[in-house]
Every structure is written in C-alpha cells, then in structure tokens.
Write a protein that binds this ligand. Structure first.
Ligand code: ADP
Ligand code: MG
Length: 608
C-alpha cells in the first residue's frame, strides 16, 4: 500500500467507527475542540496579562488588587474549561474505543457460531482467536488518539490565526517548526510501526511456545525433554527482547528530537521577538503569548502522528475482522419446521462429499433407515464413517445428492430445525469445565428426573452417584477428573436428554467396557427416553449384532447392506473386517487383564 492508500483506507476505517458511535464521537470531538480552543486562549490571556498587569507592575512598582483578582479569575476559568475538555476527550475516546471493541468481538463470535462447520474446517482455531481478539483490538486502536487529533486541528487553526494576527515574523517560525514536528513524528511512527508489530508477533510466539510446553507437560516430562523445551523458549524470549530493544532504540533517537524541536522554536521566537521589540514592532505580551503557545502546542501536535502511525495496523485488523463478518458460509436454510414426533425416518440419496483438497471422501452413498430402527455403520478406519455421520446431522452439506429426514431435505429445514430433531454423539467427547448436570443440559431447562433418566440409559447413573457431589460434581477442564469412558457416557446423556428423534453415535462408546456398551444399546432399543431412530458407528461384534441392519462402508462407498448375519455370509471383506476387530478386542482385553489400565478398571462396572 502506498501512503496515499493507507490514508484513504485508514480514513474509511475511521468512518466506520464514527458511523457506529456518532454521538460518543461528537461528544469526544466537542470536548477535544474545547481543549484545543482553551489551549490557544490560555496563551492569548498570558499575553494580555503580561501587557496589562505584569509590565505595568514592573514599571510602576505596584499593582492593584482588582488586576490580581481579574487575572486569577480568568486564568483559573480557562484552566478549568481546559481540564473539562481533557476529561471529556479522554473519557469519551475510551468509551468509544472499548464499545467498538466489545461490539465487534460480539459480532465476530456470533458469526463464528453461525458459520457452518465447513467454514471452520478451513480456518484454524488460532486464527479465530486472533480475529476475535488482536485484530478487533488493532482495528480500533486509532480511536484512542482520534478525538485528540481532531482537537489538535482546531488548535492549530486557531493558533495559526492568532500568530498571524500578532506578528508575521514569529508566525513564520511557527509555520516552519510545527510542520517539522509533524513530519518528524510521521517518520518516527513509520520507523517504529513495523518494529512494534514484530515485537507483538514475537510476544504471541513466546506465549504459544509456553502454552504448548505446559499443555504437553506429560510428554516433555516422560521423554526428558525439559532442557530442549527450555532452550526453545529461551530462543524465542531472546528474540522478543531484541525486538523490544530495537523499538527502544528508535524511541531513543526520536524522542529527544521531538522534545528539542519546540524548544528550538521558542529560542528562535525569543531571538526574533526581542529584535522586533527593540524596534518597537512588538509588545512583550505578544512575544510571551507566542513563545508560550509553542510550548503548549508541541505535545498535542504529536497526536496526529500517533493517529497516522496506528493506521496500517488498524487497516489490516479491520480487513481481517471484515472477512469473518462477510463470510457467507455455504449454509442456507428453508422454512420447514421439524415438529413431527416419534422416531424419524432417514434417507441418504446418492450422497457425495469431499473436503477442501477436492478428492471425494464419500461417493454415491445411498441407504435408508426406517423410523425406530437401529442401523450400524461399519467400515475400516478412514473409510468415511465420521464424514458420513456429520452429513446426517447437517454439520456439512453434500456436494451432490441429499440427506432427507422424514422425506424433507435437511437443507430445507429452518435454522435449528435439524438440531432439534437429530443429535450426534461425536467420537471425541468434549466436556466443559462445569458440573455434570450443566454439561448434560447445556442450558436446556430440564428437571433433574430427566437428567437422571438420560444418565441411566447412558449407564452413567451409578458412577455419577458415587462422585462426591453427584450430578453437581465439577468435572474440571475438558472433564479431566473423569475417565475416557465416563466422559463418553456423559456426552451420550447430553444427547439423550434432548429426546432426539434421530440419535447418531460416532463410535461414541469406544472407551466404554463392552458389557456396558451392550447395556447402553439395549437400553436405547427399549426406547428409554422416547422412541428414537439410531445410527451407530460401531466396531465390536456384539454391538453390531444388536443393530437391525448394517451399512458396510469401504472407501467412501456402500460396499454392502443388510442384517449382520447375512452380510457375514455374503461379503468376504465385511467378515474379515469384523473378525479382525474381534481379535484386536480380545487381545486388548487380555492385555488389560494382565495389567489393568486405569481407564478400563474404572469402566469395568457391570450394570445392575
Ligand atoms: P472414519 O471415520 O471412517 O475413520 P473419516 O470420515 O474420519 O473416516 O475420514 C475419511 C477421510 O476423510 C480420511 O481420508 C480423512 O483423512 C479425510 N478427512 C477427515 N476429516 C477431514 C478434514 N476435516 N479435512 C480433510 N480431510 C478429512
Ligand atoms: Mg471416525
């Protein structure tokens, strides 16, 4: 971007901010203009006081009480107005900045929730966090100096007028010095901007490394990688220190110059002014007024530099935020209501789907599930089972073909319609750092009996009752205080308490003891929380055998369909797969019996 582009785009971003908060902006600029006007006025008054009070006092050797009181009242009044201007300017600038940040954070996070999973597949979590946080912050950074910069413009115009009205020679000094301060400041910001940005990035790197080391503490400790981790951190920390020192160097170069320029201006004014006074062209008061104006203006003029310095970062931040807010996502909704009751019928018709890289993960998948039936989806790892179930509950849409619930295309339901009818229990059970009860209801208003009923079917009631606070027990970050199998059962109860008409389980009981898993499936078939159609991705023979029908998936295609026994006879691939799973499970159980793992012993409770 050229400087002109930066200015134009930066002004556009500021325009957005002003349109968002016009009233607060007006208040801040009003206060800032008051500050600007009173600053110039205070110099004028000092000039007047010099001529009318101080010089006569020196000349006559005395002054009047009236003159003293008037001087005091006027100086005090102007100072008070100026103080009010500063308070209003700072207060409203802060209010505007933080309100905009809050507004845009809310918009971004709301948009994250609205965008479909396919969009989230394309955007890493780290980027989402920095969009909502650092980018929003950067976008509204220039709001802090904006009112002051606007006030400074008022100040400069008034100052220029008052200098010209007073004396052209001294005004000339001002017209050289102030632009010089301004351009020096712009140069300063331009040198410092990239360095500060780099330091900011390195700060993120350092915390990312620390975060990863802490997160992977188990791996680091068990493999004795402490020294390597420390070295990695040290390198990043040193780089950050260097970057910060580079920022400091630039500051050390420019700050003294910026301080010196106005003082130089004052010296020039005094020099030129005393010559003109000696020729009788100028009053002492006028000289005092202009010299004082120089010292007053030197600092505020830098606000414009700050504003311009923040612009490049703000533009980048705003563009990133905008790209999230403008993202369409592919989800569209119809207006079909999902108000039927009882188990749902499900159909997949010639479903095709591929992730970003293009290759089809699923092709021509067709099957149907009668209401109330239980269907097992079986297939080798990577064959597309998880992808298929995410299509069944419309986490993603097929690239061609359709999924129908009770004969209605999932895309024709209104927003939230599919979620109201179908529940997915994913492969990885995710629990929030909250109580068991709140993890199950997730804000849904349900009585304790329903929570208990759901826990009962998920075969979790017994172990939950043994916990110190029962269903009110806190589970820790990601549910760390529970075993894997326990977490899975809580996640299942979460789905069940919603009484889904279609329940989809993606290998959701893999960490649960096989006997408990069988009890869960049996409970589901008995229709514990209301009759439901069940699709279950399964590995264990006993689980598969409980299903009414099996859909055998291989390489993203339906390689066989039918009851378990029939498939065993008709499909060699199917028989081999199920046998292999069975052997692996037996081996695992034997190993577990020899050296019981924590997870397994905890889960080896046979349901009553
Ligand atoms: P399964 O559940 O049967 O093990 P998946 O549906 O998880 O299989 O994966 C099917 C294929 O899709 C695999 O080749 C996998 O690498 C790919 N895949 C799964 N998830 C993604 C994703 N988010 N992005 C890209 N490819 C994916
Ligand atoms: Mg899977």
């Amino acid at each position: 971007m050229t400087d002109k582009d930066v200015l134009r785009r930066g002004m556009q971003v500021l325009g957005v901010a002003i349109r968002e908060e016009p009233r607060i902006f007006a208040a801040a600029v009003g206060a800032s203009a008051l500050y600007g006007a009173t600053t110039v006025a205070s110099a004028l008054i000092l000039g007047q006081v010099t001529d009318r009070v101080i010089v006569p006092a020196f000349r006559d050797g005395e002054t009047t009480t009236a003159a003293m009181v008037t001087t005091f009242a006027v100086v005090f009044g102007i100072a008070l107005l100026k103080a009010l201007g500063i308070v209003g300017r700072r207060l409203w600038a802060g209010v505007m900045q933080y309100r905009l940040q809050a507004t845009y954070r809310r918009r971004v996070t709301r948009q994250y929730l609205r965008l479909p999973l396919a969009w989230h597949h394309r955007h890493p979590t780290g980027a989402l966090l920095s969009n909502a946080n650092a980018d929003v912050e950067a976008a509204w950074f220039p709001i802090a100096p904006l009112p002051m910069a606007t006030g400074v413009v008022v100040m400069l115009v008034l100052a220029a007028v008052s200098m010209l009205a007073t004396d052209w020679a001294l005004a000339l000094v001002g017209f050289v010095i102030f632009p010089a301060i301004f351009f020096l400041n712009v140069a300063y910001q331009r040198r410092q901007g990239p360095l500060a940005m780099r330091a900011q990035e390195l700060r993120a790197d350092v915390s990312a490394i620390a975060h990863e080391s802490f997160d992977g503490a188990l791996v680091v400790k068990t493999l004795g990688r402490e020294n390597e981790e420390a070295a990695r951190f040290e390198a990043a920390a040193r780089e950050l220190a260097d970057a910060n020192i580079a920022v400091g160097r630039v500051r050390a170069l420019f700050d003294p110059l910026l301080e010196a320029l106005p003082s130089l201006g004052v010296l020039l004014v005094l020099l030129a002014g005393s010559i003109r006074i000696s020729h009788g062209d100028l009053d002492p008061g006028e000289l005092v007024q202009i010299a004082y104006l120089f010292t007053l203006l030197a600092f505020p003029v830098r606000a414009i530099g700050w504003l311009l310095g923040d612009m490049p970062r703000a533009i980048v931040g705003y563009d990133r935020v905008r790209s999230v807010l403008d993202a369409e996502g592919e989800s569209s909704y119809g207006d079909a209501a999902a108000e039927k009751t009882g188990p749902a019928g499900l159909q997949a018709r010639a479903v095709r789907f591929g992730y970003l890289d293009g290759a089809d993960v699923l092709s021509d998948v067709t099957f149907d599930v009668e209401p109330g039936r239980t269907v097992a989806v079986v297939g080798p790892t990577g064959s597309g089972k998880s992808t298929l179930v995410s299509l069944l509950v419309r986490l993603v849409d097929p690239s061609s073909g359709a999924v129908l619930l009770d004969g209605t295309d999932l895309r024709d339901f209104r927003a939230g319609g599919v979620a109201a009818a179908a529940a997915l229990v994913p492969q990885q059970a995710f629990l929030f750092d909250d109580s068991i009860r709140d993890n199950i209801t997730l804000g849904l208003d349900v009585p304790d009996e329903d929570v208990r009923a759901a826990l009962r079917i998920a075969q979790a009631e017994e172990f939950v009752d043994r916990l110190p606070d029962g269903i009110h027990t806190q589970v820790g970050e990601r549910g760390t205080s529970l075993s894997g199998g326990q977490r899975q059962r809580i996640a299942l109860a979460r789905a069940l308490v919603r009484r889904p008409r279609l329940l989809v389980m993606d290998d959701a009981t893999s960490a649960v003891d096989p006997r408990v898993e069988a009890a869960i499936l049996a409970g589901l078939r008995d229709g514990g929380t209301g009759p439901s159609t069940v699709v279950v991705v399964a590995y264990r023979k006993a689980t598969i055998a409980l299903a009414d029908e099996v859909v055998f998936i291989e390489d993203g295609k339906v390689a066989g369909r039918g009851p378990h026994q029939e498939l065993l006879e008709s499909s060699l691939g199917y028989r081999r797969l199920v046998d292999a799973y069975e052997r692996a499970a037996r081996d695992r159980e034997q190993n577990a019996a020899a050296a019981p793992a924590d997870d397994l012993t905890e889960d080896e409770e046979v349901p009553a």
